[in-house]
Design a protein around this ligand. Structure first.
Ligand code: SPV
Ligand code: MG
Length: 431
């Protein structure tokens, strides 16, 4: 039996897919791979129907002999087990990040025998529309909101980067790297109070109010599909927090992180250099409990952020708070530190994990940036947030350019360090 293997990562079949099956049929019995949920998530093709439903959908297609589940987006296991005579794929993976997958397939075929057949990728108007509709579906609140919980089930660590407007949202959404033969990208976005305030030229003291923050979230949501974690500062008054939980849920935000401070909040990176007050445990527990009572879906997460290490109140205080906040209903714990050495973060995580193997742990390694995602995950961390690096990269670049223009009395001298607008707008989708 001659096997022609092709893999799909779609929830909706259009004529482009049917064409691939028809072409594959000319080479042999068509075995169709259904990419697993795990593979799709890594590949940012978030499934909108279950893996079982996809298998059933693919099995119903004419010309398909058998459907198997492809566990990884790389083909190693499939080609080693199946040893297909042909692998069939559209020719649209010859450039860009998907080239890494093509190289992977070519290497495997060389080892196990078999040939790659590339089919001219025709994207008709109808196929384009189907792809767009699928993307739209992913951006809908009910899909986006639950993605964070889905990621937590599947990913060893949820990599999250700060976004503060549509453009940074697009960077978070679309940046893909091919590193050591594997594709990598961010899983989620963090709407930081520090960056949302800084972009507006304002201090990070809860001065940028919730209406303005919601506007930022909406701008990001308009052009992205990845899940959003909101930095909710202190959560404000409990009486207000409950309304905001409902609003965020309805918009499709996946989680809000609120910190256990009271009074005028200042940014944690100032630590004890400025006056900041931690909220009493009971008071903060009541806020968490009220928020959990207000939310309507099971998807939304309220994560409690502990400032004990920032405010030098000690490890025991941090652990006692973690215990209490989980008891009050928190869906996760964020532990923060401003030391360069990650030792206190590791100690907290190890001790917390001894008592609580499940509750997700979130960290923001701005100061302890020596810690890799892998090392953090080994201590039980589930979500890593890169909270401010994009704005810190942009600000000096903009300042340097402004200085350069002032010095030269024209823009020619700075032009070399600028990206042509043509390239920037490739990020922006046109309808
Ligand atoms: C933020 O990004 O606004 C945060 C994280 O709250 S930190 O700035 O480290 O406090
Ligand atoms: Mg903040």
């Amino acid at each position: 039996m001659t096997i022609a293997y092709t893999a799909f990562c779609t929830d909706v079949i259009h004529e482009g897919h049917l064409n691939i099956i028809a072409q594959a049929g000319k080479y042999g019995d068509v075995v169709l791979g259904a990419l697993s949920d795990k593979a799709l998530i890594r590949y940012n093709k978030f499934p909108t129907i279950s893996q079982e439903e996809r298998v059933r959908l693919y099995e119903s297609l004419e010309g398909v002999s058998r459907v198997i589940v492809q566990e990884d987006y790389l083909y190693d296991d499939v080609i080693a087990d199946l040893k297909p005579d042909y692998v069939i794929h559209g020719d649209n993976w010859q450039n860009g990040p998907e080239k890494a997958i093509r190289d992977n397939v070519l290497g495997l075929l060389e080892r196990f025998g078999g040939e790659l057949v590339e089919i001219s990728y025709t994207r008709t108007e109808k196929a384009r529309k189907v792809d767009q509709q699928l993307r739209e579906k992913l951006a809908m609140p009910e899909h986006r909101r639950r993605r964070l919980r889905q990621l937590l089930q599947i990913s060893p660590v949820v990599k999250t980067i700060e976004a503060h407007d549509g453009l940074t949202g697009l960077i978070a959404e679309k940046t893909v790297v091919d590193h050591n033969g594997r594709l990598d990208q961010f899983d989620a976005m963090w709407v930081s109070s520090l960056c949302d305030s800084t972009t507006r030229g304002k201090p990070d003291i809860e001065l940028v109010d919730m209406s303005a923050r919601l506007r930022t979230i909406d701008d990001i949501m308009e052009v992205t599909t990845k899940p959003i974690i909101l930095d909710g500062d202190t959560g404000g008054l409990t009486e207000h927090f409950v309304y905001n939980v409902r609003t965020l849920e309805r918009m499709g935000v996946s989680a809000v992180i609120i910190e256990d401070k009271t009074g005028l909040k200042k940014n944690s990176l100032f630590g004890t250099e400025v006056e900041q007050t931690q909220a009493p445990i009971e008071e903060f527990c009541a806020k968490i409990a009220a928020g959990k009572k207000a939310q309507l879906t099971d998807d939304f997460m309220i994560i409690a952020r502990i400032e004990s290490l920032i405010l030098e109140r000690g490890m025991e205080d941090a652990l006692a708070r973690a215990r209490a906040f989980v008891g009050a209903g928190a869906d996760g714990i964020m532990i923060h530190s401003r030391l360069k050495d990650p030792a206190e973060i590791y100690e907290f995580c190890d001790r917390f994990r001894e008592e609580d193997p499940d509750t997700p742990i979130v960290v923001v390694p701005t100061s302890f940036n020596v810690a890799t995602e892998e090392e953090l995950a080994a201590h039980g961390v589930n979500i890593v947030i890169y909270a401010n690096q994009l704005i810190r990269a942009a600000f000096p670049a903009m300042q340097e350019t402004a200085r350069g223009i002032l010095k030269a009395h024209r823009a020619l001298e700075v032009d070399e360090q600028l990206m042509p607008f043509k390239e920037i707008i490739t990020l922006i989708d046109e309808l």
